[in-house]
Design a protein around this ligand. Structure first.
Ligand SMILES: Cc1ncc(COP(=O)(O)O)c(C=O)c1O
Length: 409
């Protein structure tokens, strides 16, 4: 029930809304990227589900005020982030710790540059969100790859591998330094793990004991299923707080990617100042509509969020049972968080090019190739399931038919 309104708004996520010709990356660039525009788009991470009404109302109201001048994050916006962290994660933060950026990816670039010198190493745990790679490389650093391990269908971190990244090794290439930081992702895109508190502690202790910093990308933190609960890295202890930067945003949770707004929580003053100095004059703050949407989402978005999470969980159950019952040769890795399913297609026995062509040309669905997330993503694809159920069903039907034809000549 919405207090201001006095009644509950019921959202209709089954309704199919045409997004073509809205300059949507997913819909209007699909032909350019996939070479076809009749594929079912199940790729880039935004939802084909309409946003919360209070966000639309706030944006309209702000748009009606006829001044769009330079804007900063006022105290209402800052407080909405502080209150959100308390409400959702029982994490008490200081408004001073929050730095606003126009997206998490620009913040990752700034974070890495503020912490490193060219030649340093940054740990990335593949399969990993693919922009992590250019974040490291474009800063003149090297990737210290610490692939996740797939054990009995579930991904785990390789803690021994993490420790090794801080040891001088004879095999280290000239110009490579020891690891300075890790880009941690929780929930982990693309494999869908929501890391448990005990796992985060184990990983964090290794990094911090070795003098490293944890850049924690928690953009998907509110899209978690089956009553699971996200733990922000810096909420664990003062030591974790002093050695981390936590990247938060309402953009995935509330489907606001085009508004480009995120809040980077950096409790350590020295790290925060270095971050601010690195971004000064290069990375601007978010635009005024981003601030407006963030505040509305965090303050008045929960009625919608509860419904969208139910819907996404329903889609996930539908998809998981569809693959299990009707599609042989593709296994769904359990998704604990994010609306991205990680599909293990290795049994189909195809190389990168054939698997790519199979989904595009035979199944006619647009999914992300697993290998773009790193070598250990070969043989997998990532599928976005935040879309109306009927379209999801059509996409799965196309995959079922294509797999059937493949297996039955
Ligand atoms: C783990 C992760 N980080 C960052 C981003 C993108 O962040 P932004 O659009 O705020 O730059 C995404 C988008 O899918 C993501 O999955």
């Amino acid at each position: 029930m919405n207090k201001k309104r006095g009644y509950k708004l019921k959202y209709d996520f089954d309704r199919v809304i045409n997004r073509k010709n809205t300059d949507s990356l997913k819909w209007d660039l699909q032909k350019h990227i996939f070479g076809k525009d009749d594929l079912i788009p199940m790729w880039v991470a935004d939802m084909d589900l309409p946003v919360a009404q209070p966000i639309i109302d706030s944006l309209k109201k702000r748009a009606e005020h006829p001044f769009y001048g330079y804007t900063h994050a006022g105290s209402r916006v800052q407080d909405s982030v502080v209150e959100r962290m308390t409400k959702k994660f029982q994490w008490e933060i200081d408004p001073e710790w929050v730095v606003f950026t126009p997206g998490v990816v620009p913040a990752l670039h700034v974070a890495v540059r503020s912490l490193t010198h060219p030649g340093d190493e940054i740990i990335v745990q593949e399969p990993a969100y693919h922009p992590f790679f250019p974040v490291v490389k474009n800063s003149g650093c090297h990737i210290a790859s610490n692939p996740l391990r797939l054990v009995n269908g579930r991904y785990e971190m390789d803690y021994c591998g993490l420790e090794d990244k801080f040891k001088a090794q004879s095999g280290r290439l000239p110009g490579h330094g020891l690891a300075k930081a890790i880009i941690f992702c929780n929930p982990h895109n693309p494999v869908g793990r929501l890391w448990k508190k005990s796992e985060i502690i184990k990983m964090g202790e290794i990094i911090i004991e070795n003098g490293g910093i944890v850049i924690s990308d928690e953009i998907h933190c509110e899209i978690v299923f089956k009553g699971r609960k996200h733990t922000p890295f810096a909420s664990i202890s003062e030591e974790f707080q002093d050695n981390s930067m936590v990247c938060m945003s309402p953009s995935k949770t509330f489907n606001l990617a085009g508004l480009e707004v995120s809040s980077i929580i950096i409790p350590n003053k020295k790290l925060r100042n270095e971050f601010l100095n690195t971004m000064a004059g290069i990375v601007p703050g978010p635009n005024l509509f981003g601030y407006t949407a963030l505040e509305a989402a965090y303050r008045d978005g929960d009625e919608w969020l509860e419904q969208v999470l139910n819907y996404l969980e329903g889609n996930l159950e539908f998809l998981t049972s569809y693959f299990k019952k009707r599609i042989k040769g593709i296994d769904v890795i359990e998704t604990e968080g994010t609306y991205l399913a990680w599909l293990d297609c290795r049994e189909l026995g195809m190389d990168n090019q054939n698997l790519r062509s199979f989904f595009r040309n035979n199944a006619m669905v647009a999914v992300e190739d697993g290998y773009i997330f790193g070598k250990s993503g070969r043989g997998f694809v990532r599928m976005n399931f935040a879309l109306p159920r009927s379209i999801l069903e059509e996409g799965l039907g196309r995959i079922e038919d294509a797999v059937f034809k493949l297996q039955n000549g």
